[in-house]
Design a binder for this molecule. Structure first.
Ligand code: GCV
Length: 710
């Protein structure tokens, strides 16, 4: 189908060079030039100084050059303006309109009673002028991107003052990028978007302009911290800490103007591997001295270095257990070295036995993080953040929220989610994750109306560990392989800034920025269709894959596609226990592994009971007969059949809907998504047929609707 004549495609979503720094065709994601039209057509005054203010100036100057507006930087004469972006401490403005706008902003701020902090800003209207006030340059940058997001609405005379400050202090991405190509995992572990933005074949990628564009996108979503190498640290990666710290410093220099601090994954064995010591024992004086010394060297090169990220005693990574020490001993060792410089250790709670015997029904991987970490509550130094995967197992499409998050009140906790779609279609499937994360962040572990997971990540007095996500980006021209997966990255940043945001509204922001209405002949069908495809896509993915929270029916190793028994007799500890009578894992206190008892009483009781347990988690907590009747009135077996047929129909509908956009959006985006939807239909069909066939053969119960099962 060719583009209708009325369609305006003159503003391509691919920009030859988003920053005029020689970057070849890279998709502009949520910052296409067109998104700056409203800002760029206006008269803008920027007041203040500093590296991040230079970034603001650069953005505004570029927008104004493109769309005919004007920009002044702290002028000494009077100018008429539409927008003022000013630091509060930057002194009086000679321009009377600008000074008036600023006074109005100050008044609104006084009335609000809150402070702006390091990253907050206030947006207000004064007469015909919009003013953005910030106390620190990062706030001004976030304020600028807010104006971009609002488009013309930022200049609406009726707009009331708004104060924005991030709920979470640290909004962090973890890259699982390897410096040297790993023989099995490749350049990026669980990466589905090409190679790494940072590393190639053992060396820095060298494409600093790409890293700069990335920083810009991240800042516009709200991310302010990034770790640049895999938590599985190999020999080459280990050296980033010492003789290759210059490579990290280069990245930090490029990301600093966007308010992003760089962190590093380190190996616990570094004193041995890099320092030539015979031990990495936390109690050894030479080990402590080595970390202190090495960390000093890091800060000499990167004064605003964020800190270390550690995966210890997990899936083969070294850790304190070797020396008879525990995770608090290990984390505190690194924290002690970082403390004088203001750095933090993110110490992961993803610790479990991956050499389990499937015959042993008493060991439960879901219990492991709680069993290891909760006895240590109160022993971690204040600059340790224990980073907890949101669920007790491993980023499955449906898991309960990890009970660890409710069980360590004296520890700073960060919640880890996975933007890279390891278990959710690997960026070949549309799976919009915002609704899921929102559900997790709103979950109240002590029962309805109690504190939420977001509250725990925020912490008392804002000192919580924040929100962390495993990145889904690579050197793919669309950044994320699947163009619609960009929305997951954007949504992560926005929810980390404000976990109360409605994920549907965030998706709407992303659509408006990425497919700007002014560059689209008929924006409404585009918006509607994208919502229809994406809003419910996580639940659709859940329907055609593993049912009722059972999880891990994936192909071992690559984790793509169905393999119902792939992990059933394996050492990794992930089982479904299906037999001819029933399916599911008994994690009750009464007869199972006792995992349900790790929750505070309200949820412990709900999960303990097969009658009260929410349907979507039934098989995570209970082994039930196929004839067990769910709250929705269906039996477990019929539910499995119905959801798998429905899931494939929904994916087919997604593909039909996408086809209606042919000719209405950037053809390159159209084609890439269309190809991936073909694969999604194929893969969903395979899931449906394997799961349905497996359970028909196991149970012998036919589909009540007589549909074809093999
Ligand atoms: C980086 C899962 C993934 C691993 C990953 C691990 C982790 O097990 O499959 O690739 O390793 O999680 O979170 O450390």
């Amino acid at each position: 189908m060719s583009a209708p004549e009325s369609v305006k495609l003159e503003e391509p979503m691919f920009v030859a060079d988003p920053l005029d720094v020689g970057e070849p065709r890279v998709h502009a994601a949520w910052l296409p030039p067109e998104a700056f039209r409203s800002l760029g057509a206006r008269r803008v005054l920027v007041h203040g100084d500093g590296p991040l203010v230079d970034t603001v100036l650069d953005e505004v100057a570029r927008a104004c050059a493109r769309y005919g507006g004007r920009m002044w930087h702290s002028p000494s004469w009077d100018v008429d303006v539409d927008l003022v972006l000013t630091l509060r401490g930057a002194g009086e403005l000679p321009s009377s309109t600008a000074q008036g706008a600023r006074a109005a902003g100050e008044a609104a701020l006084t009335e609000d009673g809150r402070t702006l902090g390091d990253e907050g800003f206030l947006l207000a209207r004064a007469g015909d002028v919009t003013v953005v006030l910030a106390d620190a340059p990062a706030g001004l940058l976030y304020g600028l991107f807010h104006v971009v997001r609002l488009c013309a609405a930022a200049f609406d005379p009726a707009r009331p003052p708004e104060l924005h400050r991030p709920a979470l202090r640290r909004r962090m991405l973890n890259h699982w990028d390897n410096v040297a190509v790993h023989p099995v995992m490749g350049q990026v572990e669980r990466g589905y978007a090409g190679g790494s933005i940072f590393w190639r074949d053992g060396l820095p990628c060298g494409d600093l302009s790409r890293i700069r564009s990335y920083g810009r996108l991240l800042a516009a979503s709200g991310v302010n911290a990034i770790s640049v190498n895999n938590v599985n640290v190999g020999r080459t990666e280990a050296r980033l800490l010492t003789d290759r710290i210059g490579d990290v410093a280069e990245i930090a220099d490029v990301l600093r103007p966007y308010g992003i601090r760089v962190h590093l994954s380190v190996t616990f064995a570094a004193p041995v591997v890099l320092g030539g010591l015979t031990t990495a024992d936390p109690a050894d004086e030479a080990v402590r001295a080595w970390w202190a010394d090495t960390t000093r060297g890091v800060y000499e090169r990167i004064p605003d270095f964020g800190g270390y990220l550690v995966k210890a005693d997990s899936e083969g990574q070294p850790g304190p257990f070797t020396y008879g020490r525990d995770h608090a001993d290990g984390a505190n060792l690194l924290a002690e070295a970082l403390a004088p410089h203001g750095g933090v250790v993110h110490w992961r709670a993803f610790v479990y036995n991956h050499h389990q015997d499937w015959r042993d029904r008493s060991t439960d991987r879901a219990r492991a993080a709680y069993d290891h970490f909760t006895p240590l509550d109160g022993r971690f130094r204040t600059n340790v953040v224990v980073q907890v995967k949101f669920g007790p197992v491993d980023f499955q499409v449906r898991e309960p929220v990890s009970p660890v998050l409710a069980a360590m009140p004296a520890t700073r906790l960060a919640v880890e989610v996975q933007v890279t779609q390891e278990y959710t279609g690997q960026q070949r499937h549309v799976c919009h994750l915002g609704p899921w994360w929102s559900e997790v962040l709103r979950f109240a572990p002590w029962g309805p109306d109690g504190r939420t997971i977001a509250d725990i990540a925020i912490g008392e007095a804002g000192e919580g560990g924040g929100l962390v996500a495993v990145a889904n980006t690579g050197d793919d021209p669309f950044w994320t392989g699947h163009p619609l997966a960009q929305a997951n990255l954007y949504t992560f940043g926005r929810l980390a800034w404000d976990p109360r945001l409605d994920p549907r509204a965030v998706l709407d922001e992303w659509i408006t920025l990425t497919f700007p209405p002014s560059a689209t002949a008929d924006p409404e069908p585009v918006r509607r269709t994208l919502h229809e495809i994406m809003d419910g896509s996580w639940r659709t993915y859940e329907r055609y894959t593993a049912p009722l929270g059972v999880g891990f029916m994936v192909h071992p190793g690559d984790h793509y596609g169905p393999d119902v028994d792939g992990y059933e007799y394996s050492r990794w500890g992930t089982y479904h226990f299906a037999d001819r009578d029933g399916v599911g894992v008994d994690r009750s206190r009464a007869t199972g592994t006792g995992f349900a008892g790790q929750y505070p009483p309200y949820w412990a009781d709900v999960y303990e009971s097969p009658e009260r347990c929410p349907d979507e988690l039934l098989l995570f907590f209970h082994h039930v007969p196929y004839g067990h009747v769910l709250h929705n009135g269906s039996t477990v077996i019929q539910h499995i059949y119905d959801t798998h047929f429905a899931g494939v129909e929904e994916v087919e509908a997604m593909r039909r809907r996408w086809q209606t956009l042919n000719g209405m959006i950037d053809p390159a985006v159209y084609v890439r998504v269309a190809e991936r939807l073909d694969e999604q239909v194929r893969s969903a069909t395979e899931w449906r047929d394997q799961i349905n066939t497996y359970f028909l053969r196991k149970s012998g119960v036919p589909d009540a609707r007589g549909r074809r099962i093999y």
